[in-house]
Structures are given as C-alpha cells and as structure tokens.
Design a protein around this ligand. Structure first.
Ligand SMILES: [Zn+2]
Length: 154
C-alpha cells in the first residue's frame, strides 16, 4: 500500500510531536491559506515562534524550497516580532545544491521513513499511548513492547 500525502498529513495533524516535541504544545494550522490564495501545508505557532512545514511524498526539490520561502516571508510579515522557521519533509533530497539552499536558509530537512514515520502504531500503555514508527519494536517513550491493534491506523 503506497503512502499518500494525505496519510502523511494525517500523521502530522494527529501526532505533531513526531516532527518536533515542541509542536505538541503549539497551535496547529493545517493547509493554512494566505490572503493571496497560496496555501502552506502546516504552520505551528506559539507566542514567540512560527514554523512552516512543507510536506512532499517525493524528493525535496528547489521548487519546494521556493514555495517554503514564500510562506516563511508571509509569516514574517504577519508576525514581525516572532521567530519564523521552516521544515521540509520529503522522501530524499534532489542534490547537494538543493541541500545547500535549505541549509543557507536555516530550514530543517526531514526524511520520510528516516526521521518521519509513514506507518505508525500506538503504544498500548494507557499512560503513554504515544505514536511511534511501525518499525519500532519498543515504544521509544516508555519502553513498552505492546501496541494497540487498530485497523484504522496507517
Ligand atoms: Zn509508550
């Protein structure tokens, strides 16, 4: 079963701590539409920080970075006193030039099935219940080896 962008969006929406622990306490805007009609995949924000997250099921390319540039610029305009950051999530990165573009801008780069799981399961321990990669034999948060059986989970 191929992973779709919809699946990845669902995982990030429901378990944002899989991208960053800090996101668990931040407000999430999914498919945020700017006044000019463009739409970023996610914006996580709190009083001091806004982070734009762009997701692609294929490789991260220059076009994706330029899109993120646009959303980051709009976030800066709307939130002049906040720090604004960007995260690119994709299957791989096209080449060293693209990686340099991301690094020069201070964007974080995350790879699907490496830093961002595309298939997850939930810890069965009631006090934990955190999502983790399906590949993990133990829950990385509490060490439990038991997981919830849920046919609706990806
Ligand atoms: Zn656990």
């Amino acid at each position: 079963m191929a992973v779709t962008e919809f699946d990845i969006h669902s995982i990030i929406r429901n378990y944002p701590y899989l991208i960053s622990e800090r996101f668990a306490a931040m407000q999430i805007k999914h498919e945020h539409v700017y006044p000019d009609g463009t739409r970023s995949d996610f914006v996580f924000e709190d009083a001091t920080l806004s982070v734009v997250v762009e997701v692609k099921k294929g490789p991260i390319d220059k076009k994706m970075i330029l899109q993120l540039d646009g959303y980051v610029a709009k976030e800066r305009e709307q939130n002049p006193v906040k720090s604004v950051g960007g995260i690119l999530i994709g299957r791989s990165i096209v080449n060293a030039e693209v990686l340099k573009l991301a690094n020069d801008r201070g964007y974080e780069v995350r790879f699907l099935d490496v830093n961002v799981p595309t298939r997850i399961r939930l810890c069965a321990k009631g006090t934990c219940r955190r999502a983790t990669s399906f590949a993990n034999e133990r829950c990385p948060y509490c060490g439990s080896r038991k997981f919830v059986i849920d046919p609706f989970l990806l």
